[in-house]
Write a protein that binds this ligand. Structure first.
Ligand SMILES: Cc1ncc(COP(=O)(O)O)c(C=O)c1O
Length: 458
């Protein structure tokens, strides 16, 4: 685990203001951005800041070329031979909405999701159930990370129009057998969509070979700038979708009363696009190709195994998901007896410069069913190293020592003030406005604003 893997190219990991390098363990929410991605975006604004597909001058020509090169780059990265299946969107949420809202339904069409989907692959289906007469069915997944093909077949036998599952879970890091699921679904005539948010950044994706119809990705989880994503579709199913937005760029021609849509993918990209973002996202993909997904996987697995060995069996630590780190991709999600997840996250940040995610990870349905207030999630990426893992482990161990089991958590008084330490002392005095607000108990944060923030993304 000694190879650098490009860590030095991430400006956010540089120590500053007299503090050590931050330990960023929230890449499942959003990955960090390397210098070549920043440079590619700056290059666009500096050297060819035009709009693609409209004007004929040289800025426009260059941006058009780079934009289509990005499409080719994402197609290659995701295993699509036909780049016309790649639609640029703002994020995976938009990609999923594009498909869900773009299909033509017959009343009573059933859509199957798992019982642990991100809200981005749940709420849109709930709305379609309420407004367009589809029926939403749920496949319960075993807690140990296994997948029951017979249970899927039983659902498919009842008639399913669309199977829409996560590929890798943002909750516990398990990865579903995408090829098997696709084959079983296709055998019964169902379309298949996968939410690839937590998979594509971490392992090779081969969509044509797997036969997947629709695949949604957020590029900002794979080194790209915020607000960039991709729907990677098979050409046939894509052509059947009704665009979510129409207007400039989506039509061949129009009269005052009629229009003719352009072929895919352009009919799905309405209005002036996020050229800088797409070009930056492409630089992110190229960076990943340079590092190699095998190296990415190996690094995050080694870190997850290291943390799992140190913490998974510790008293008061409750690991979420499969026991073996190799079955949890880059994710180590856990609850601590007697400690509010948000208190733990603030403690780790203030005392150890460790950034993790706390809350319900945008899957309220999962926690609500179990009566849980959420948990803590550390997520690794290839730019993390052994020191990051060890600092995180020390932080959790100190948290457990300083807050005895059974102590009331969730109040400023009960929240342990981080111990000052060489280079890793508390940034804010305990009880300062920011710390007090962020360590307030979850139940006091249950109002729409705060709960939305705490559980709203990632
Ligand atoms: C599994 C999963 N699906 C969907 C999303 C939504 O991604 P975005 O907010 O980028 O659309 C996320 C990330 O937050 C995720 O982890």
């Amino acid at each position: 685990m000694t190879r650098d893997l490009g860590r030095a190219e991430f400006p956010a990991l540089v120590p500053r203001d007299g503090r050590p390098a931050p330990v960023y363990l929230d890449s499942a929410c959003m990955s960090l951005v390397p210098a070549p991605v920043l440079a590619a975006m700056e290059e666009y604004y500096r050297d060819f800041p035009g709009c693609a597909g409209r004007s004929l001058h040289r800025f426009a020509e260059e941006v058009g070329r780079r934009y289509e090169a990005a499409r080719e780059g994402f197609a290659r990265f995701l295993g699509r031979s036909d780049a016309r299946g790649v639609v640029f969107v703002r994020n995976a949420t938009e990609a999923i909405n594009l498909v869900a809202q773009g299909l033509a339904y017959r009343p009573g069409d059933r859509v199957l999701v798992t019982d642990r989907e991100h809200n981005s692959n749940l709420i849109v289906w709930q709305r379609l159930a309420a407004e367009r007469g589809i029926r939403l069915a749920t496949l319960a997944l075993p807690d140990d990370g296994s997948f029951d093909g017979d249970a899927l077949d039983a659902e498919l036998a009842r008639g399913v129009r669309v199977v829409s599952f996560f590929h890798t879970s943002n909750l516990d890091g398990r990865t579903l057998p995408i090829r098997e699921i696709t084959e079983r679904a296709h055998d019964r005539g169902a379309l298949v969509m996968f939410d690839g948010c937590q998979a594509a950044p971490h392992r090779p994706v081969d969509l044509d070979r797997w036969g997947v119809d629709f695949y949604a990705v957020s590029a900002h989880k794979m080194l790209g700038p915020t607000g960039t994503g991709v729907l990677a579709a098979a050409p046939g199913p894509l052509a059947d979708l009704r665009p979510l937005l129409v207007g400039g760029e989506t039509v061949e021609w129009s009269t005052l009363t009629e229009h003719a849509l352009r072929p895919p993918p352009h009919r799905f990209e309405a209005g002036l696009q996020n050229y800088a973002g797409v070009i930056g996202a492409h630089a992110g993909v190229r960076f990943l190709e340079r590092i190699g997904l095998d190296a990415v996987e190996a690094r995050q697995r080694a870190l997850n195994e290291r943390v799992t060995r140190a913490l998974a069996d510790a008293p008061r630590v409750h690991l979420l998901g499969p026991a073996a780190a190799r079955d949890r991709s880059s994710i180590f999600a856990f609850a601590l007896d007697g400690i509010d997840p948000h208190d733990a996250a603030v403690f780790l940040d203030e005392g150890y410069d460790v950034m993790v995610r706390s809350g319900m990870h945008c899957a309220h349905s999962f926690y609500a069913r179990r009566g849980l207030p959420g948990n803590v999630r550390a997520s690794f990426y290839f730019y993390n190293d052994r020191r990051d893992a060890d600092t995180f482990v020390r932080g959790v161990e100190e948290l457990l020592e300083r807050l005895p089991a059974g102590a009331l958590s969730g109040t400023s008084a009960a929240s342990p003030a981080p111990a000052p330490r060489a280079g890793r002392g508390p940034r804010r005095a305990a009880g300062s406005t920011g710390a007090a607000a962020r360590s307030a108990p979850l139940r006091r944060r249950a109002g729409p604003g705060r709960a939305g923030f705490a559980g709203g993304s990632g």
